[in-house]
Write a protein of this length. Structure first.
Lengths: 816, 112
């Protein structure tokens, strides 16, 4: 007698298992196939082409009514199995019918995970799993001006977003992590993917936390984020992951973990019940791609036929197809001890490739933009092939063994002709190339003929690269000082390119500037972050994680791990109330040392990290804010008592110092910036060794720049003498801005002036009045965004609270 | 088998961020990397480096804020010319929760 086989679920797993079963013996079993969906097996993977309009649903059906008939399969589509009775060996369907089995296969797949946000049960909140979901998205495309939000920046979410966008829907993707598809891609590839999606008109929000789904009359209306942003939508797709569908099996008392436990033969803890697909757990692994599931289908068919077979979970590469984007990832690409990266970037073509090497073998690969060699690399990973012989050219793929190495000047070559290379003289790339073609074959020639590079000189690196690109081997670039081992570019090149190419995030800058490492190091990250803070006030998202700890927590770390707290005292002036508040805070927080600093203010040394927000809160109540004694930015403005009190004083040096500090506090710069204002040439405020000093004289104000009294000792030079306070403030701000825009990270003004020349600085801020004004205006504009007291933000608004409190404290749990 | 203790949600630590777990035997720094891996290491290499949770992260490494030593987050090993190693502890993330090895935070037993 033929045995009765019941299969629960007609998904891709069941479909493939039946094919193998019938291939071996069409008559072995009398098969009944249940499916909760009102249809048989179709190729679920191809729902995305259906969504985007490339395919009709009919084209992706793999098993037709005729096929089931041919093999005598009794189909019960649209019927759900609600119970399994293992003792009686029966299943109960949702219409109450009870059927007996000899063998049972559970192939229930998985359920999309729905985050239980308030509003998740509103109409118009869907997952992306089956034809119904797909059709809901397709119909939205027919509504004019429709908006959709997709929660989840993984494969499925992006497929949904790309499909919706192609159907004319205005789509926003909300992703909780810092970059898209973080499980398959590293930050650099994630950046490229994001860029491609944004080019398709999709809005992408990373590091965004969803808070609530808002509705109206039971229908979805908008998604509300943690930060208060409201994203209006007519449809909300949640694509945040799947969970193996185990409830039915667990209720029947089968062994389950994350999935239904199966052995190598795909048999569950009951010998008459087998299982395969996304619902199973095998040796601790669960499955979300069809490749291993198809292997399981082969094994289950053999097991049912009474033949020996064992399932082995092989490593899979994910060749990912987000509509229109080329991605590949395989193996393990986490950094670890003993692992090295080979990175190739071609910013012009938007290509990124990375191989992770361990013990002369490739263990992981991530690729974006050009994945042609993906399978070759995947083969090397799987076969654990020794690659030491071809290491140098490996990244170029099989076709390039022995091929030409990457042209390091690609970034410059790819710049559009009208890109301004020399900002001082307004010279474009095309003009420089023309000069070179006219016979200027050295840096000096180019300077003489085109004027490019003849002023501040910070564009010379790029001019050199253009000489190289244009003349080929005919030009030898003078050695340049690179930022760090992560790049071949100098600080000047990086600054210029950030502006020329409008680079606005660290991963973007690293990709477009051909960084050699995946995410930089502690040397280049802070520099890049500063350059973008300076270039894009108001639009750049400052990356606190790329700042040294002092700037991240707004206090100076001490050798014992405690912190020092220095409140600002504009111009060195304080009040009895402020002093009382400082004294009270010192008492309340057991501050071990209170010291008067060399910068005319008071330092509370030895504050515990977790007390910082609270001590700032108390100081803030008394009107004090951060003195930024930790910042690569404006530090102090020292003053003397001046004409208000001193018999020699010529001007109100204290008042001017306060005005300048009031205008400048909060500004970030390449290095720290210190000022002093003295009321007469006796110079009690030591203005002649500051980055910018002002000496008041009878006829006005002498503005001095480029002093130093730290590692180097250097007296200031006179920049200009002006008559009024207003001019003194304008020149000071213009000078600071010129330095902020031009100097390399960690150069104090005196080093920068040594490079660009005091004469050039004078041209910019003294002779050219219009330019002076423009510089000062740019400074004040930038201050709109950076003059925010960081202590108040943290003490009152709870910003970055995670920086200060431990995540867990087991010392408060009594020791056993 | 290792017992694990829940110390919080993965969202309690920002990407590329780190926080401290206080124990009777000293602080443990818990890192979350850009690729969402979690690691647990001693906060200090006594007399040499730390507090590591205050460092700058890049790849699966952290640069010590005091003397710029670079440590591998997985092994606790100092990189380059510097020699030294901080203890590492079993830690994992499951369903959005961070779980640390119970022995790491227990008052009495020494680190593995
Ligand atoms: C608190 C203070 C000493 C004091 O008690 O007076 C101080 C303390 C530190 N200074 Fe300073 N400097 C202090 C005034 C000075 C001065 C004097 C001045 O500003 O009039 C100088 C020389 C003037 C100058 O800068 O040219 C000075 C030149 C330095 C240097 C050398 C800078 C250089 O370019 O050569 C460093 C190292 C650096 O910044 O890289 C430094 C670095 C430091 C650091 C931040 C070291 C560090 O990175 O940990 C110190 C923090 C100590 C701590 O544990 O809190 N400190 N430092 C002074 C704070 C002034 C303020 O109110 O903000
Ligand atoms: C849009 C999309 C794109 C994808 N792209 C890829 C890709 O590019 N590459 C790749 O490898 N994988 C991809 N996948 C994943 C792949 O489709 C799945 O791994 C595969 O379909 C799993 O097969 P399965 O049979 O285990 O589950 P399913 O195909 O989900 O089948 C399970 C079936 O069981 C039914 N069922 C559940 N419970 C019951 C019950 N109690 N009674 C009756 N019936 C029940 C369900 O209705 C369902 O039809 C994609 C998935 C989606 C949704
Ligand atoms: S600098 Fe001149 S004005 Fe100022 S306190 Fe000294 S002597 Fe008086
Ligand atoms: S930018 Fe070319 S000389 Fe200043």
């Amino acid at each position: 007698m033929t045995q009765k086989l019941i299969i629960i679920g007609a998904g891709m797993a069941a479909g493939r298992a039946l094919e193998h079963l019938f291939e071996a013996n069409p008559d072995a079993y009398d098969v009944t196939l249940f499916n909760a969906e009102p249809r048989g097996t179709y190729n679920r993977i191809m729902l995305s082409p259906v969504l985007s309009g490339d395919k009709a649903f009919d084209e992706i059906v793999t098993h037709t009514a005729e096929w089931y008939e041919e093999y005598g399969v009794t189909t019960r589509f649209g019927e759900k199995v609600v119970n399994i009775d293992r003792v009686a060996q029966t299943v109960t369907s949702d219409n109450g019918e009870v059927l007996a089995y000899d063998k049972l296969i559970i192939a229930t797949g998985s359920n999309p995970f729905i985050i239980p946000l308030p509003g998740h049960d509103l109409d118009g909140v869907i997952a992306y799993r089956d034809l119904e979901d797909t059709n809901a998205m397709i119909s939205l495309g027919e509504v004019p001006n429709a908006k959709a939000v997709v929660i989840g920046g993984g494969l499925l979410g992006l497929e949904a977003a790309a499909g919706l966008a192609l159907r004319g829907v205005d789509v926003t993707v909300v992703h909780i992590m810092g970059h898209l598809m973080e499980r398959q891609l590293d930050e650099a590839a994630g950046y490229l993917l994001r860029k491609a999606l944004v080019d398709k008109g999709i809005t992408v929000k990373c590091s965004a936390n969803s808070k609530e789904i808002l509705g109206e009359n039971g229908k979805v209306k908008a998604l509300l984020l943690d930060d208060g942003t409201e994203l209006p939508c007519d449809l909300l797709v949640m694509a945040v992951g799947i969970r193996p569908s185990v409830a039915l099996a667990a209720d029947a008392g089968l062994a389950t973990g994350r999935g239904i436990h199966v052995d190598d033969q795909m048999v569950t803890s009951d010998e008459n019940i087998l299982s395969l697909g996304e619902c199973v757990e095998h040796n601790g692994d669960i499955f979300g791609l069809v490749a291993p599931i198809y292997d399981q289908a082969k094994v289950i068919a053999k097991t049912l036929a009474g033949e020996a077979a064992a399932f082995v979970n092989k490593e899979v590469a994910t060749k990912l197809k987000v509509t229109g984007c080329d991605l590949f990832s395989a193996g393990d690409f986490a950094e670890a001890e003993g692992r090295e990266d080979i990175v190739y970037r071609d910013p012009a073509r938007g290509v990124y490739k990375r191989l992770v090497i361990e013990d002369n073998r490739i263990v992981g690969a991530v690729m974006y933009g050009d994945t042609a060699d993906g399978n070759w690399f995947f083969g090397l990973i799987k076969d654990r092939e020794d690659i030491s012989e071809m290491r140098d050219t490996l990244i170029f793929g099989p076709a390039f063994q022995g091929g030409s190495p990457l042209d390091p000047m690609a970034a410059v070559a790819a710049l559009p002709d009208d890109t301004e290379i020399c900002g001082c003289n307004g010279i474009s790339k095309a003009q420089i190339v023309a000069a070179i073609n006219d016979g200027a074959h050295t840096l000096d020639d180019v300077k003489a003929i085109s004027k490019a590079g003849s002023s501040c000189g910070s564009c010379l690196g790029l001019v050199g690269d253009l000489l190289g690109v244009t003349l080929g081997d005919g030009f030898k670039m003078p050695e340049k000082e690179v930022v760090c081992k992560c790049t071949d570019l100098s600080h000047d090149d990086v600054r210029k390119l950030i502006v020329a190419k409008e680079l606005k995030s660290i991963p973007q800058a690293m990709q477009e500037l051909d960084w050699k490492t995946t995410c930089g190091c502690h040397v280049c990250r802070p520099a890049l972050n500063y350059y973008m803070v300076a270039a894009w006030p108001g639009t750049y998202d400052d990356d606190g994680k790329s700042r040294f700890i002092n700037e991240r927590v707004h206090a100076n770390i001490q050798k014992d791990g405690t912190y020092s707290v220095v409140p600002r005292m504009l111009g060195g002036i304080t009040t009895p109330d402020e002093l009382r508040a400082i004294a009270d805070a010192a008492d309340k927080f057991d501050v071990p040392t209170v010291k008067v600093t060399g910068g005319q203010r008071i330092d509370l040394l030895g504050v515990k990290k977790e007390d910082l927000p609270a001590i700032w809160y108390d100081l803030g109540k008394a009107g004090m804010m951060s003195g930024q004694a930790y910042a690569k930015g404006l530090r102090t403005v020292k003053t003397c008592v001046g004409s208000e009190h001193c018999r020699f004083g010529t001007q109100d040096s204290t008042g001017l110092g306060i005005k300048i500090e009031d205008a400048m506090w909060g500004a970030w710069s390449p290095h720290k910036f210190k000022l002093a204002v003295s009321g007469c040439p006796r110079n009690c405020a030591e203005a002649t060794c500051k980055d910018l000093g002002i000496i008041c004289v009878d006829s006005g104000y002498q503005i001095l720049v480029g002093g130093a009294a730290g590692l180097d000792l250097r007296e200031t030079d006179l920049l200009v003498q002006v008559e009024t306070e207003e001019e003194a403030i304008e020149v000071s701000c213009a000078f600071y801005q010129l330095y902020r825009e031009g100097a390399q990270y960690l150069h104090r003004p005196y080093k920068w002036i040594a490079k660009v020349g005091l004469d050039w600085v004078k041209e910019q801020v003294v002779d050219d009045l219009e330019n002076r004004k423009a510089l000062a205006e740019r400074f004040h504009y930038s201050q709109k965004f950076y003059q925010i007291d960081p202590w108040a933000e943290r003490a009152k608004q709870g910003k970055d609270a995670h920086e200060f409190a431990p995540i867990a404290d087991f010392t408060k749990v009594a020791a056993e | 088998m290792t017992d694990f203790i829940d110390i919080g949600s993965i969202n309690d630590i920002p990407l590329r961020g780190a926080r401290v777990v206080r124990t009777h035997r000293g602080d443990i720094a818990v890192f979350r990397t850009a690729t969402n891996n979690v690691y647990a290491l001693d906060e200090y290499l006594p007399g040499k480096a730390g507090p590591l949770s205050n460092g700058i992260q890049h790849d699966e490494k952290v640069t010590d804020p005091m003397y710029n030593w670079v440590f591998d987050l997985a092994t606790g090993e100092a990189q380059g010319a510097d020699e030294g190693k901080v203890a590492t502890y079993d830690i994992k993330c499951e369903d959005g929760r961070i779980l640390i090895s119970a022995t790491a935070v227990s008052p009495s037993v020494a680190a593995e």
